[in-house]
Design a protein around this ligand. Structure first.
Ligand SMILES: Cc1cc2nc3c(=O)[nH]c(=O)nc-3n(C[C@H](O)[C@H](O)[C@H](O)COP(=O)(O)OP(=O)(O)OC[C@H]3O[C@@H](n4cnc5c(N)ncnc54)[C@H](O)[C@@H]3O)c2cc1C
Length: 460
């Protein structure tokens, strides 16, 4: 039986690994349009600096990430953030304020810590404190993340605390993001306990975790990609080959490939893990309605500007970096002090910073020339950190249409996608648009698609 997986990002690699592991008898082909495996995940080594091109870590509490590392035998290479610099800041009115401790996810549950922090005004803190007394919203309609958080915790806590934390997940516009798609557990807490804070405070304390909350690898996130690819011996691995169309044939599908000499691939089952707008093109002749629904899923573009400095040229930077709320009206979204957050990411006496630029619903910064992106990053650190020295070198990475936005109506769109999928036996989908954009979510999505393929093949 032939199975083809389209897209060699973490969802596609996880699907391939799972299928290969459980059913090595299958003839498996993994097709990736670019010149490298991993999709958004890649690590570069430049003059002793370790630069993450995309994600720099993942959440350990979502089980699929850690479980995959354990299965691959790379869990011993996982590292946590450097405890010597365990501080994150938030920009407010041009000044950095420590992020209050005692957050559960994005929600402040330790009110003493919030009271002692300088981030919110007395009025803003009072609003949060009153949350347990507010009535729950009746009805079952969805609402935006901004509406929900402002209603429960007050607009100030939303603007200056929750919004910047949430921006780090998908660079989204919280007025448009769907609560039901992004944070259904928060609405459940309101419904079940009448209050977010009551619900969170009633939760049983989690058992002592085996891993730090955010984990990366000593040698960068590429470790995960390399380990996955290394396990796929016997799988037909094709880089620099794009699938252009998926056409139905009598027993399965015929996949048209890019390139004049590329022979179409036949498969009894196909897993599509490309971004929604690419999947829409692949399926345009097969099912126009499906293709149109996929095109309705919007994406945010983002760019990363990495800057290397001599430490002697910088002020003291003690922390992991800072978040920039949308309300501050800056083009930058965050600045990570990379080699403070993670040990051994830069030669001693140097420091690596990374400025995230670009948000959903604003100008697509990936269209900017390098000089303009560099200026944005340097302006940001000049005005906030008073760093005016030119960097030793910089490295710019662009991600056009990189992060799916779970905007209002997202769950309906995904339902429609899944309904159409059910009309085409043997086709399956996975990836960041489904159940979360984080790496463990994408792994889970790839593994689930693999399980569905096996069920399908065994029943046909
Ligand atoms: C800048 C940035 C920072 C992030 N930081 C974090 C973080 O710190 N932690 C975290 O958990 N998550 C983070 N994320 C999110 C996470 O990295 C992504 O959601 C996840 O990697 C997406 O995986 P995927 O396999 O669904 O998609 P992708 O990685 O996009 O993979 C899809 C693959 O399909 C290929 N492809 C496209 N078209 C075709 C075609 N026609 N034929 C064949 N192949 C094709 C692409 O080249 C790509 O390799 C970040 C994302 C970005 C952009």
């Amino acid at each position: 039986m032939n199975v083809v997986i389209i897209g060699g990002g973490i969802a596609g690699l996880s699907a391939a690994y799972q299928l290969h592991h459980i059913a090595p008898e299958l003839t498996l082909t993994l097709v990736e349009a670019s010149a490298q495996w991993g999709g958004k995940i890649a690590t570069e080594h430049v003059d002793g600096f370790l630069i993450e091109s995309g994600p720099d870590c993942f959440l350990s509490r979502k089980p699929h990430g850690i479980a995959l590392c354990e299965s691959l035998g790379i869990a011993d290479q996982l590292i946590g953030r450097d405890p010597d610099h365990a501080k994150t800041f938030v920009l407010r009115d041009g000044r950095l304020h420590p992020l209050p401790s005692g957050l559960t996810g994005m929600i402040p549950t330790q009110l003493d810590a919030l009271t002692n922090s300088s981030l919110l005004s007395a009025e803003g803190i009072a609003h949060v404190t009153q949350e347990p007394t507010l009535p729950p919203r009746p009805g079952s309609d969805d609402e935006s993340v901004a509406s929900f958080i402002s209603r429960r915790l007050g607009r100030e806590a939303f603007d200056h605390l929750v919004e910047p934390l949430m921006g780090g997940i998908c660079a989204g516009q919280a007025d448009q993001l769907s609560l039901a798609a992004m944070f259904p557990q928060l609405r459940r807490l309101e419904q079940e306990h009448g209050s977010l804070l009551k619900g969170l405070n009633l939760q049983q304390p989690a058992p002592a975790p085996l891993y730090p909350p955010f984990v990366s690898f000593k040698n960068g996130m590429q470790t995960l990609v390399d380990a996955l690819v290394g396990q796929l011996t016997g799988v037909d691995l094709r880089l620099n080959v794009a699938v252009t169309h998926v056409d139905p044939i009598e027993r399965g599908y015929l996949l048209q490939l890019s390139g004049p000499k590329a022979e179409p691939l036949h498969a009894e089952a196909v897993i599509i893990t490309t971004p929604a707008f690419v999947s829409s093109q692949l399926l345009s002749t097969l099912d126009a309605e499906w293709a149109a629904t996929l095109l309705d899923i919007p994406y945010a573009s983002t760019a990363l500007v990495n800057l290397a400095f001599d430490e002697a040229d910088l002020p003291v930077l003690d922390g992991y970096g800072y978040l920039i709320p949308r309300i501050e009206q800056r083009e930058a979204l965050a600045c990570t002090w990379t080699s403070r957050k993670w040990r051994d990411r830069a030669p001693s006496t140097t420091l690596l910073l990374r400025v995230y630029v670009g948000r959903y619903d604003q100008t697509d910064v990936t269209q900017y020339e390098d000089d303009r992106l560099l200026d944005i990053a340097r302006d940001e650190i000049r005005s906030t950190l008073q760093i005016d020295t030119p960097p030793l070198f910089h490295r710019i990475i662009r991600y056009p249409n990189a992060l799916p936005q779970y905007n209002m109506g997202h769950l309906d769109r995904i339902d429609s996608v899944n309904c159409r999928l059910a009309q085409h036996p043997g086709l399956f989908m996975a990836g960041a648009m489904f159940n979360g954009v984080g790496i463990p979510d994408c792994i889970a999505s790839g593994e689930t698609a693999a399980t569905h393929v096996l069920q399908y093949l065994r029943s046909h």
